[in-house]
Write a protein that binds this ligand. Structure first.
Ligand code: GLP
Length: 242
């Protein structure tokens, strides 16, 4: 059973999550963080930046693996997840860029990108804490409904719903890539600790499905029920259907 923590707002959620990550880094300076993108983890990354500055904790050896990436965007595109992770996490925290990995979304050699990423995660000894958001349709990473719970990092087609949801980051919906490369649900379940954050009424149904719904491939978030160490931090609106 996941530990559910309901907090008044995103700021407090970010501070709570940031404290657990600072504690992890204090005990393991080369901790491996699983990094989510999207709007949800931004409060956590801000709070973590502040905590790192306040405590002066050494983060130079911290390693990281992003959850997913768009396929076919130039790596320096401002909305590639490589760019987002660099801008929101690596630079503010002062992480060592060469220790932070993002799946390779370049079309050239895409068939090797998934297996290469799985190998890199395994060689790092696995992810210590995987930060997760959740899509309105219950997707985690870019594992859309129907994804196998055993899936590994692979190329997927984005659903219309997710392309609509993510259109706010692009000039128009037509500019949202059609494909992505994402850690699989199997990859995510191998992380030692899952830290899922969700905010707002729009996520209430997805949160309830993930935490209490039937465990089913039609609801990717429900995979978290198979994991022995899960923390879910939500605001009251996102918790409203629990
Ligand atoms: C995106 C990302 C996910 C993220 C989810 C929710 O498509 N691939 O990793 O958790 O959708 O996004 P947001 O946090 O912006 O609501």
């Amino acid at each position: 059973m996941a530990e559910i923590v309901v907090v008044p707002d995103q700021k407090q959620a970010g501070e709570l999550a940031a404290q657990s990550i600072v504690d992890l880094i204090a005990s393991r300076p080369d901790a491996v963080l699983g990094l989510a993108t999207g709007s949800t983890p931004l409060a956590l990354y801000r709070a973590l930046t502040a905590r790192v500055a306040e405590t002066g904790i050494d983060v130079a050896h911290v390693r990281g693996f992003a959850l997913d990436e768009y396929v076919g965007l130039p790596a320096d595109h401002p909305e590639s997840y490589r760019s987002v992770i660099t801008r929101e996490v690596v630079e503010p925290l002062g992480l060592t860029p060469s220790l932070i990995h993002v799946p390779n979304g370049a079309i050239d050699g895409i068939e090797h990108a998934g297996p290469d990423y799985e190998r890199a995660i395994a060689e790092a000894g696995g992810v210590d804490v995987q930060i997760l958001g959740i899509g309105t349709d219950g997707h985690i990473g870019f594992n859309e409904p129907g994804s196998s719970f055993a899936s590994a990092t692979r190329v997927k087609t984005l659903t219309e719903q997710t392309r609509r949801d993510n259109a706010r980051f692009f000039p128009s919906e037509a500019d949202v890539p059609m494909h992505c490369i994402t850690q699989g649900l199997g990859t995510i379940l191998r992380a030692k600790h899952l830290l899922l954050l969700a905010f707002g009424e729009g996520k209430a149904e997805a949160v309830a499905g993930a935490v209490e719904g039937p465990v089913s491939a039609s609801n990717p978030g429900s995979a978290i029920q198979l994991h022995p160490h899960v923390t879910v931090i939500v605001d009251e609106a996102a918790a409203s259907r629990l």
